[in-house]
Design a protein around this ligand. Structure first.
Ligand code: AMP
Ligand code: MN
Ligand code: MN
Length: 333
């Protein structure tokens, strides 16, 4: 087994992967398909490089993604269980330790090097001391795919499936504006390597809880059209939010029909949590930059998909969001 794999690109990030051993891969709370798919792919790359590697997320695999369990050994951090030994913690699809929830203080206390692989705006300014960041990349998984090339390692099928999952999750199955020649070429290459796109689609979207349709109707009937119809907002109180969580409801189901409405430029879903914070998820159509709106709340993301956690309960979050959106519309119209 080689401990110092050969690589031609000597960036601090590549050198870190080559020189160190004992990697803990993690990501943001409630990890999504990009975060998880990128972890599967990086897990197999590091194994191919002869490294010790474990995946420990802040939360378990969500129901839509449980098919990943046989593609890499996923675990999640339990308060009473020690973390495996590691020298380097790699944050995937986020760049701030605070986004790793209860893991954050444990990663900080570990003294390990914090590395970041991410495609969010401003990620190089996060908590990573060594970063592999490209905000133009459609998905974090696409960045891991580049690392395979840089190290001259070929993609095993589970890793190809992981990268494909990353791509489809963050491009909305190739419908969003980040769908470009690179994403489609990469997708073709992955399908050529044996990825079964329709099986992955069915695993995620064709196994929903029977109550999903009724809950989708409930959420849609609660939508408000504000700011002259440019903002579609769905307030989800903590009781409904708890019910949605129990059935692993995907709020993107609510976003899509609302974003389709003529005149709507931003869809915002406000999810109230029992701790009093409100998680806002925004999706944009047209020229509005929702990452900017999210950043005024300390959140972030991309121009057309961003999120934040707002303290102070639903009424305050609702008012604040409408006001920030009003200012954002005023700035572009
Ligand atoms: P979501 O609405 O949770 O699907 O997130 C949309 C995008 O915004 C994703 O790229 C997230 O990683 C990012 N995002 C969501 N919440 C936050 C946050 N609190 N801070 C920074 N970025 C976020
Ligand atoms: Mn993500
Ligand atoms: Mn992503």
């Amino acid at each position: 087994m080689r401990t110092r794999p050969f690589h031609t690109l000597h960036t601090p990030f590549h050198d870190l992967l080559a020189a160190r051993d004992g990697f803990l891969l993690t990501g943001h709370e409630n990890p999504d398909g990009d975060c998880l798919g990128a972890q599967v792919a990086l897990f197999h790359l590091l194994q191919a490089l002869g490294k010790r590697v474990a995946i420990v997320n802040p939360d378990p695999l969500g129901h839509p993604f449980d098919f990943l369990a046989d593609k890499a050994p996923f675990s999640f951090a339990k308060a009473d269980t020690p973390l495996p030994q590691f020298e380097v913690a790699v944050l995937l699809d986020c760049s701030q330790l605070s986004r790793t929830g209860a893991l954050a203080p444990r990663l900080r206390a570990s003294g390990a090097t914090i590395a970041v692989i991410d495609h969010h705006i401003g990620s190089e300014k996060g908590d990573g001391t060594v970063c592999y960041v490209d905000p133009k990349a459609a998905a974090t998984g696409a960045l891991v795919r580049r690392l395979y090339r840089d190290f001259g390692v070929s993609l095993p099928l589970p890793a190809a499936e992981g990268v494909f999952l990353s791509l489809v999750m963050d491009t909305g199955w190739f419908r969003y504006s980040n769908t470009d020649v690179e994403t489609l070429t990469l997708a073709a290459e992955l399908v050529g390597a044996g990825v079964d796109a329709s099986r992955i689609y069915d695993a995620i979207y064709r196994r929903m809880h029977p109550e999903t349709a009724a809950m989708l109707a409930t959420c849609l009937t609660r939508h408000e059209l504000l700011l002259g119809g440019k903002l579609a907002l769905v307030p989800i109180d903590k009781v409904l939010n708890e019910r949605l969580a129990q059935i692993a409801f995907d709020t993107d189901l609510v976003i899509d029909p609302l974003r389709s409405l003529l005149g709507v430029e931003v869809v915002a879903i406000l999810k109230e949590r029992f701790d009093g914070t409100v998680k806002v998820s925004m999706r944009a159509k047209g020229d509005i930059d929702v990452q900017r709106i999210a950043s005024t709340f300390g959140g972030g993301g991309h121009k057309k998909a961003a999120g934040a956690a707002i303290p102070g309960g639903m009424a305050a979050a609702h008012a604040a969001l409408v006001e920030r959106a009003r200012l954002a519309f005023a700035a572009v119209h």
